[in-house]
Design a protein around this ligand. Structure first.
Ligand code: FES
Ligand code: FES
Length: 157
């Protein structure tokens, strides 16, 4: 299999590597960079556990090749907290108990960040629609919605 040199910015840091053409972005993050905050649930674009932001938009990193992210700005859950301060979305998940096992949580939070950037005043329906690509097998949706509502209020303040 051919290899390709890629250079991308992940959570503000430039990363370069030679990668096989068929390496998925999620495996690049987890196995090459040891950034295991991005989870793999289904590997078939269904669950959203692998959601990251690519150039500010949500992407399921199990469906994107690492070479397709060449030159992109990628944000993962590891990039949410800044200077020791939790991102309002992380704070919301903590305060409102928006997680049970936590497996879906990184992907949920990245989807929530993208949603709130696009729509700072989401209704409950907007939140449910915005997170509809992310599944929680613990079915903790009620508190996940409350967590995003908390973050929306905090970000407005
Ligand atoms: S692991 Fe990517 S959508 Fe489930
Ligand atoms: S908290 Fe367990 S899968 Fe969502």
């Amino acid at each position: 299999m051919s290899t390709h040199h890629i250079k991308l910015t992940i959570n503000g840091e430039v990363k370069e590597a030679d990668v096989p053409a068929r390496l998925l972005l999620v495996h690049f993050l987890r196995d090459t960079l040891n950034m295991t905050g991005t989870h793999i649930g289904c590997d078939t674009t269904s669950c959203g556990a692998c959601t990251v932001l690519v150039n500010g938009r949500t992407a399921k990193s199990c469906t994107l090749l690492a070479v397709q992210a060449d030159g992109a700005e990628v944000m993962t859950v590891e990039g949410l907290a800044q200077n020791g301060q939790l991102h309002p979305v992380q704070e919301g998940f903590t305060v409102k108990h928006g997680l049970q096992c936590g497996f879906c949580t990184p992907g949920m939070m990245l989807s929530a960040v993208a949603l709130l950037k696009e729509n700072p005043n989401p209704t409950e329906d907007d939140i449910r629609w915005g997170l509809s690509g992310n599944l929680c097998r613990c079915t903790g949706y009620v508190n996940i919605v409350k967590a995003v509502q908390y973050a929306a209020e905090k970000m407005k303040a």
